[in-house]
Design a protein. Sequence first.
Length: 349
Amino acid sequence: MASMTYRAAGVDIDAGDALVERIKPLARSTTRAGVMGGLGGFGALFDLRAAGFTDAVLVSTTDGVGTKLKIAIDTGLHDQVGIDLVAMCVNDLVVQGAEPLFFLDYFATGRLDVEQASRVVAGIAEGCRLAGCALVGGETAEMPGMYSGEDYDLAGFAVGAAERGTLLPQGVAPGDVVLGLASSGVHSNGFSLVRRIVEAGNAGWAAPAPFMAGATLGQALMAPTRIYVQSVRALHRAGLLKAAAHITGGGLPGNLPRALPSGMMARLDAAAWCLPPVYRWLARTGGVAAEEMLRVFNCGIGMALVVSDAPAARLLLEAKGETVFEIGVIEECEGDARVEIALPTGWPA
């Protein structure tokens, strides 16, 4: 029998080593106070005291980007999907009052394409820079027979910390105002439905986007998830934030109650914020009902914040570059926390 090799079985160790060498400067570009060492160890070390914490509570999250990856693969638009991966994790940390500290990624594929993987990791590094956290490590798995063609999968893991006693939510009360921060598009949820709608409309990814001038459909839908960390952290440090919810799968009705105590409800008005054109297009092309739109998509609100001093909060957030809408109020209710949304006639048309 001829001598067998790992490369002949479909795994190229040299390609993996080449990718690590490309990743090292990307990881170094994200370093921050608290990072100990660099890539290459069996585990990453982080010094909470060096990061400025005295009595820290750790907060951790993990997430992916769902079938948005399929569009990245089909279009070759790999450069920003890494930002999505970071955003989905760090936005979940910051709503609990935590500061994102470090991030790890998992990249799995059937055959490692160093150029493709490098573009993905470059996006991850950019997301980490935007969030102020360090890319401290990860795993690249080459698994022939598990993935076909150019397919790959991503997962992200983030760890943050908060000083004891500063975790959110805190002090939510009737009369508080709900502010909504504008999303940058569909973000990273609902793409199984998005893809089905695109197929039903007989449009290709290279076709002009009906809702965005100068972009293809693929480019428009691949707009990365907005990272809200710096804005929300600034609001929290200023003592203006009582609760926050990252609006992902489940939309406003499914996510905002997670940030509210029992006996409190958020009464929202969909006429109070600007519905991005992409959602009108999705609803019209797919014949998607209003309730389903709200349950699947962020519908233009990527982050919901509960505050008592709305003018001061709005001033701070706008100075940080956010588009802010006053979308509702907090009221007392019976039983579990919930959301009620008033819809204008014909919404989302």
